[in-house]
Write a protein that binds this ligand. Structure first.
Ligand code: ATP
Ligand code: MG
Length: 416
């Protein structure tokens, strides 16, 4: 009898954690060990406010939000026990630069081995760091083999000299320690830290866009994260401490209302482009201390939201200009993050950047694609995609055992 040999494809799991200024999100994904295809199996989201401008200001509320978000994700996946997470980081304390490393290839066959690639990346990390700063990531952009540029995977090639160009991301040790501390307090360990904008780029950008030259602008609640990609890899990154929360604050002050009410009217009636307002349009808002809402022309609100959105985009443009690549972005700008959902944002962004602009949302991540098809999920989805590609944080499935199950199995063992 012929025995059919069937190799079951092995499944591994990755958990990504995005600790945002307005929400904390954990995504659990199944990764096919052979193809590295990613399928989301659990999504946990909870509002959180333990961060200001991307930096932890309250340890307890942040770790509680992490616990709630991971619990939700593992429940959705059928009581999966998440042990560790790949965490996104951001904040004004983050800086980046492009560096170079060089090593000689020795040994009898002069063949480039994985250890040589690790060595050359390490060599590129030898840079002068300001006090209290540490390296978060060293992302290889390009390998140069015996002077030949443009090598993506040098392993196995024969050479005497290997060089690498890396994009190095650094951040404040203190702020990074606090993120790690919150994750530990939630009972999890950290597999790796990844810059938010690099993660978001992984979720929403097409390979062709990264190859041509594209800028990602993620406008969140407290930060706007920027990443420029050229030649397929990240070339420039920057974080500015402004976002949708500033729009909400302006409304709360301008209309004398609570932050909650300001947030509601912003989402329902705000616009980044005044020309979208039709004559006679109105909205209702309850002002501080008032028992009844008042009806106001929508124009009054948009005169607050339009200039602030315009200002955020102008600041993003100024950051992009610092990359010296603003004129070299044929694939234009891709906007993501919750705040870019305000109507008119794409239109005024096109005028501000002088480039084509589109909205980016995560796609093609399995049966739960619809659940995460919103710009607020870009970072979390990108974290698992990045980790799957880089083989970070892979873990085996291990089910959590509920107390009820534990008692049942105890009696079963006792009485058969
Ligand atoms: N429909 C909408 N119109 C305008 N703004 C919106 C809309 N929906 C969400 N937002 C805004 O998006 C912001 C939250 O976006 P997001 O979830 O990307 O931020 P975050 O990841 O929590 O914060 P950050 O990345 O800055 O740490 C909030 O300011 C919220 O008001
Ligand atoms: Mg965010």
């Amino acid at each position: 009898m012929e025995v059919e040999e069937r190799r079951l494809s092995r499944k591994e799991y990755i958990a990504g954690l995005d600790i945002g200024t307005t929400k904390t999100c954990c995504i659990l994904a199944e990764v096919d060990a052979d193809t590295r295809a990613v399928e989301i199996v659990g999504v946990g989201l909870t509002p959180s406010d333990g961060l200001k401008k991307g930096v932890v200001v309250e340890l307890d509320t942040t770790s509680e939000a992490i616990r709630v978000a991971t619990d939700k994700a593992q429940q959705m996946a059928g009581n999966f026990a998440i042990k560790s997470v790949v965490v996104g980081v951001t904040g004004e304390h983050i800086s980046s630069l492009n560096s170079r490393g060089v090593v000689a290839i020795t040994g009898p066959d002069r063949e480039i081995k994985p250890a040589d690639v690790d060595r050359v990346i390490e060599a590129s990390k030898v840079i002068v760091l300001p006090p209290e700063q540490e390296i978060i990531q060293a992302i290889p952009r390009d390998f140069i083999v015996d002077g030949e540029e443009g090598v993506k995977d040098p392993i196995g090639m024969s050479a005497t000299r290997l060089e690498v160009e890396t994009h190095i991301v650094t951040g404040s040790s203190v702020f990074l320690d606090n993120i790690v501390k919150c994750v530990h307090r939630a009972g999890l360990s950290v597999d790796a830290t990844v810059l938010n904008s690099v993660a978001a780029g992984e979720a929403v950008l097409l390979d062709e866009e990264k190859q041509l030259g594209v800028a990602l602008v993620d406008i969140g609640g407290g930060t706007t994260d920027i990443a420029v990609f050229t030649g397929g890899e990240v070339y420039y990154t920057s974080v500015i401490p402004v976002g949708g929360n500033h729009v909400t604050n302006d409304i709360a002050i301008g209309l004398r209302t609570s932050r909650e009410e300001a947030e509601r009217v912003k989402k329902d009636y705000g616009a980044a482009d005044g020309s979208l307002v039709e004559p006679g349009q109105t909205f209702e808002v309850t002002q501080l201390g008032a028992a009844e809402p008042v009806e106001l022309p929508r124009d009054v609100l948009v005169r607050i939201t339009e200039p602030r959105m315009q200002e955020i985009l102008s600041m993003a443009r100024a950051e992009l200009a610092k990359s010296d690549r603003l004129e070299m972005l044929p694939a234009g700008v891709v906007l993501t993050g919750g705040a870019c959902q305000m109507p008119g944002t794409v239109e005024i962004a096109e005028k501000t950047f002088g480039l084509s602009v589109r909205l980016g949302v995560p796609r093609n991540v399995g049966a739960l694609s619809n659940t995460v098809a919103s710009p607020i999920y870009s970072t979390a989805v990108g974290l698992i995609k990045y980790a799957a590609r880089e083989q970070l944080g892979l873990q085996e499935r291990e089910k959590t055992v509920t107390l009820k199950q534990a008692i049942a199995s105890f009696f079963k063992r006792l009485f058969g």
